[in-house]
Design a protein around this ligand. Structure first.
Ligand SMILES: [Zn+2]
Length: 216
């Protein structure tokens, strides 16, 4: 089964990707990993991508699309398919990928959308605090430390990541929604989307997800 997993920052996409990968024996990769591998390996696409990002420019879709396809082609162990995280980011990428893979065993079959309302994402992200010393993660709303600002585990100081404030989060979420909503709508028209209510707890989400992937 070939899957794209989509979801905003804070939707739990990363955590559930790992679980899906293990349960269904899939190759799991994020586009970030593909970029880094191409740049580290000095491939032609990697060099081109690097040139764009060094100038502070977005890497053009053609380069991203080709990197993703090349990567999927090099998978020796096809396992039961792939789980791709962070792609496609735009409708143009979705359509280009379809064109490149239509009728091949690389074509995507299912889109998992981790759906969380924005106010819940905001709580999850702006509430996040991390221990400077041991890295333990808290949330002032859902998993507060016993003493405010102090780590339960080691007594270290809890800090908030700079990007996790409300203003910069809103920019990230708006940007995400603007790009992603047309992609979801596109696949929904093709009846390929499993919309998972990811505002629930981890324990409740997992059975829903497994069920959705079994009823392909
Ligand atoms: Zn700590």
């Amino acid at each position: 089964m070939n899957i794209f997993i989509m979801g905003a920052p804070g939707s739990g996409k990363g955590t559930f990707s790992t679980k899906i990968k293990e349960e269904f024996n899939l190759n799991h990769i994020s586009t970030g990993d593909i970029f880094r591998a191409n740049i580290a390996g000095g491939t032609e696409l990697g060099l081109q991508a690097k040139a764009y990002s060094e100038k502070g420019l977005l890497v053009p879709d053609e380069i991203t699309n080709k990197m993703v396809k090349d990567y999927l082609n090099t998978l020796e162990d096809k396992k039961n398919g792939y789980l791709l995280d962070g792609y496609p980011r735009t409708l143009a990428q979705a359509k280009a990928f379809e064109e490149m893979t239509e009728g091949t065993d690389l074509a995507v079959e299912k889109i998992v959308y981790m759906d969380v309302p924005f106010d819940e994402l905001t709580r999850r992200i702006t509430g996040r605090r991390t221990c400077k010393k041991c890295g333990e993660i808290y949330n002032i709303y859902s998993k507060p430390s016993k003493v405010e600002g102090v780590c339960d585990v080691c007594g270290g100081e809890l800090t908030q990541r700079k990007d996790d404030n409300e203003e910069s989060l809103k920019v990230r979420l708006d940007e995400y929604a603007k790009n992603t909503e047309p992609v979801i709508a596109y696949y929904e028209e093709k009846n390929m989307v499993s919309r998972i209510d990811a505002s629930k707890s981890m324990e409740e989400i997992w059975p829903d997800l497994k069920e959705a992937l079994k009823n392909k």
